[in-house]
Design a protein around this ligand. Structure first.
Ligand SMILES: CC(C)(COP(=O)(O)OP(=O)(O)OC[C@H]1O[C@@H](n2cnc3c(N)ncnc32)[C@H](O)[C@@H]1OP(=O)(O)O)[C@@H](O)C(=O)NCCC(=O)NCCS
Length: 254
């Protein structure tokens, strides 16, 4: 298990398993975020296929298969592991810094490309936990923009180096219907944004699109300071149907 370090703050470690986690503030402290686990795939498949979730995610097929869920978990795991590796490398480097090294270097936190915790879990009374959803920050995809402008925006954004505050980000999230409308995603987004994304990924601009009719998602973003900048009608084809998107932006204020 790697040594503890300021580089991992404010993530904590499960003393029994060594797994990193981020806990929501009270009164939601039974909810934690951790790196993905292989077992998440089965739970993700159930949640994503639920009629309260599936219409809002823009998946290309009517059924989200277990194989697709496994591929998603593998992708999430690679991203999460890469960040954890970068944090461990920085921690090891701190250990080699000598007293001759300027102290400011010791205090610098490396910018990272992602948030290593994105699987949302509810702790149970018996100490186990249950997977209840996901939140991911990704470089923006501008779903509401048509190519070739869209391709140019994505290419320029992807060319920016890790930690560049000019990077435009988007957020993808979903929660098990059993846990909808308890105020959870509002707090989860606020927590990841304030505890990790702004300080560790240097996220300064978020640009998200939400299918029209998804009032809950729009409200989660608005309650976190996002501003609705417009609605683009019939801009994206999902399973043979042209759908419209609300577009919202959030900018970091120093
Ligand atoms: C969108 C989603 C993540 C919201 O999570 P949540 O934890 O249920 O949201 P919250 O409880 O924090 O609710 C935030 C606000 O939205 C409102 N809200 C939530 N769901 C709503 C719904 N279905 N209809 C109307 N309002 C809704 C809440 O009342 C609350 O508003 P208020 O404080 O003004 O009363 C969740 O509904 C979900 O997983 N949906 C399916 C997947 C999805 O849409 N993902 C986002 C894709 S862009």
């Amino acid at each position: 298990m790697p040594m503890s370090s300021a580089q991992f703050s404010p993530l904590e470690r499960n003393p029994a398993t060594g797994e990193l986690f981020l806990r929501l503030p009270s009164p939601h402290s039974t909810i934690i975020l951790t790196p993905p686990r292989p077992s998440d795939a089965a739970a993700i498949a159930v949640i994503v296929n639920d009629p309260a979730v599936h219409p809002w995610l823009g998946r290309p097929n009517d059924i989200f298969t277990l194989e697709e869920a496994q591929a998603l978990v593998s992708e999430y795991t690679r991203a999460s592991s890469a960040v954890i590796y970068a944090l461990e490398e920085s921690t090891a480097l701190e250990g080699t810094i000598t007293s001759a090294t300027p102290s400011v270097q010791c205090e610098q936190l490396v910018p990272v490309a992602d948030c290593p915790v994105r699987s949302i879990r509810e702790l149970q009374a018996d100490g186990t936990d249950v997977y209840i959803g996901n939140i991911a920050f990704k470089r923006c995809n501008w779903h509401e923009v048509q190519s070739p402008e869209r391709d140019q925006l994505i290419a320029a954004n992807n060319a920016r180096p890790t930690g560049d505050p000019e990077i435009v980000w988007q957020v993808s999230d979903f929660l098990a219907p059993t846990h909808h409308r308890r105020g959870l995603m509002t707090v989860i987004l606020a927590t990841v944004l304030k505890q990790w994304a702004i300080s560790r990924m240097r996220v300064h601009h978020l640009h998200v699109s939400v299918f029209t009719g998804n009032t809950g998602s729009v409200r989660v973003f608005e309650k976190n300071g996002f501003v609705l900048s417009g609605t683009v009608e019939h801009c994206i084809e999902i399973r043979g149907e042209m759908r419209s998107l609300h577009v919202l932006d959030w900018k970091h204020v120093e």
